[in-house]
Design a protein around this ligand. Sequence first.
Ligand code: SAH
Length: 398
Amino acid sequence: MTQLILHPGKEKSLLRRHPWIFAGAVERLDGRARAGDTVDVVAGAGRYAGQVLAKAAWSPSSQIRARVWSFAAETIDDAFFKRRVAAAVARRAALPELHGQEGLRLIHAESDGLPGVIADRYGDTVVVQLTSAGADKWRHAIAGALQKATGCARIYERSDSEVRGREGLEPTSGWLVGAAPAGDIVIAEHGVRMKVDIVAGHKTGFYLDQRDNRLLLRQLAAGKRVLNCFCYTGGFSLQALAGGAAEVISIDSSEPALVTGRANLALNAQLEAGRAQWCGANVFDELRRLNEAGERFDLIVLDPPKFAPSASHVERAARAYKDINLNAFRLLAPGGMLMTYSCSGGVSLDVFQRIVAGAALDAGCDARIVRRLQGAADHPVALAFPEGEYLKGLLVQA
Ligand code: SAH
């Protein structure tokens, strides 16, 4: 097998079971490998010289030059993917809080030992997103393993994430197993029905990671005036209505997202639609406008897109987070609560908390954290892969 020889000392992160091998760690390739091929990762000169430390997928055009499939002496073949996928599905099955969820993340990439592989289940449809050269090479093994582990009727590939470009991969989408279902895909989340557009929606169609946090909002919403910023298809909005909110204003700049949001509300006849308003706008501008109009809210959600996809964007992202949080604090009624998130990998919880603290200070809002928030249990974070912890949130009370 082709060997990837590391520079001396560059085995350290691998010994800690971190799955990424950066370009700067690679001394040379002994043999030939095409994008996605499996290579043996071998320690350079020093204490571990010549030892095979891992099997990894070669990715010649990415700064992450190889991603580890396994730290053991196992063959990377169809059976390997069957084992890994089955293990990921079994971990969800072992968590009672996930039982009966119609929308569920089955594979969370590196944190489930499958770099570049995302799989989300919506009823009997599974959507996979492959973002690395290695994952791309093994799509049929992964799809077969998913079908075996879940018994799902159909599998759709939605590999159109921009990060594929960095791996030298073209976008690709289509049915890997089965064909499009006759009607819309609809899941129930905490008893609220939500349409999932797996073909044109964001990510694989839905933000499953916020499931627990939507329930928390619902529990806080009774009688409250709620502002949901970056609402997408209304996940938080509908839970707030289900929790008895007096009024919910939802803002997003995406018209298709708002169309689905309204459709979702119509799907849930039990929710009194008259309490909801949908607003197509840029949140940055709309928060200013609401402040100028003297509006006040008891509960505000800020769940923006990734402002800092990587560490190099952190400064600009920090200014953006500061801006929306500052204007949200100004809009809070006395005793109100702000639920604020960052899903930027490049912004740590520490940094995010400091930004939110600065925003409260500048807004003249005396507030305290009552909860730290994170993604749901089907979005685990491998201890060896802290980068997996992208979603962080704070529930702050004025
Ligand atoms: N809270 C949502 C997920 C939010 S994803 C849920 O629970 O499902 C981020 C959303 O922000 C996307 O829907 C995107 O269309 C929207 N968005 C991005 N930039 C925006 C901006 N400047 N103003 C308003 N919406 C924006």
